[in-house]
Design a protein around this ligand. Structure first.
Ligand code: AP5
Ligand code: MG
Ligand code: ZN
Length: 214
């Protein structure tokens, strides 16, 4: 099972990938989470990436492709994976195809989360994320049991720097210009499946299971 979750910021990629990866026993490879972890440890890569991320811009392709090359070479990725937040440019998609080919693999399906812009804005502005395990909550749509505390690990919830109004506008614009061309790219290759990304988290999860299974 080799899946890509594709969609705009706030579409619910991380929320769904985290649970389904656990269910299916495959790693959840989220480039945004990897970069935030690197930034939290203060590594050079992390600190450099953060300059782009906090503004809502994309981190350069060569940095991201290098990160994914290392990650996909680890043994747990040999059985399959869910990639979330990658690829985000045509160049990254080409690099991913080549990386997989080098391992004698290819993608099974790219699942596109279809969500309207108004809904994305509501989700991003109310999101809170666990500093320790990066589980996403929402003040209204998916609140934690105790305010400010992660249900899963007890970690502290915080608001991502790039969930402010200005970076959100930039991220949506970057998505439209640089990432949305991937829809046609994967459609032409017969890999694209669209899931309606609005509605209850459980109903969407079931739709993804069906799409991934058949
Ligand atoms: P990244 O962390 O990947 O952010 P993103 O793509 O902008 O996506 P998000 O994480 O914001 O949204 P999501 O779809 O995961 O939504 P979530 O499940 O949290 O990337 C961050 C930055 O890193 C980039 O801007 C860039 O700088 C850099 N980067 C990363 N990858 C890169 C790459 N490949 N190339 C270059 N740069 C890269 O849900 C959102 C909210 O909605 C939550 O509050 C959640 O609780 C709520 N929610 C979820 N589902 C529902 C539902 N069904 N109904 C109501 N609310 C819901
Ligand atoms: Mg995410
Ligand atoms: Zn947590």
């Amino acid at each position: 099972m080799r899946l890509v979750f594709l969609g705009p910021p706030g579409a619910g990629k991380g929320t769904q990938a985290r649970e389904l990866a656990r269910e299916w026993g495959v790693p959840h490879l989220a480039t945004g989470d990897m970069l935030r972890e690197a930034a939290a440890t203060g590594s050079r890569l992390g600190l450099e990436a953060r300059r782009y991320m906090d503004q809502g811009a994309l981190v350069p392709d060569d940095v991201i492709v290098g990160l994914m090359r290392e990650r996909l070479a680890r043994p747990d990725a040999a059985r399959g994976f869910i990639v979330d937040g990658f690829p985000r440019t045509i160049a990254q998609a080409e690099a991913l195809a080549q990386l997989l080919k080098d391992h004698g693999q290819q993608l099974d399906v790219v699942i596109y989360f279809d969500v309207s812009e108004g809904e994305l804005l509501r989700r991003l502005t109310g999101r809170r994320v666990c500093r320790a395990c990066q589980t996403a909550y929402h003040l209204v749509f998916a609140p934690p049991t105790r305010p400010g505390v992660c249900d899963k690990c007890g970690g502290e919830l915080y608001q991502r720097e790039d969930d402010g109004e200005k970076p959100v506008r930039i991220r949506l614009d970057v998505y439209a210009r640089q990432t949305s061309p991937l829809l046609d790219y994967y459609r032409q290759r017969g890999l694209l499946a669209t899931v309606a990304g609005e509605g209850s988290i459980d109903v969407i999860r079931q739709a993804i299971r069906q799409t991934a299974g058949g």
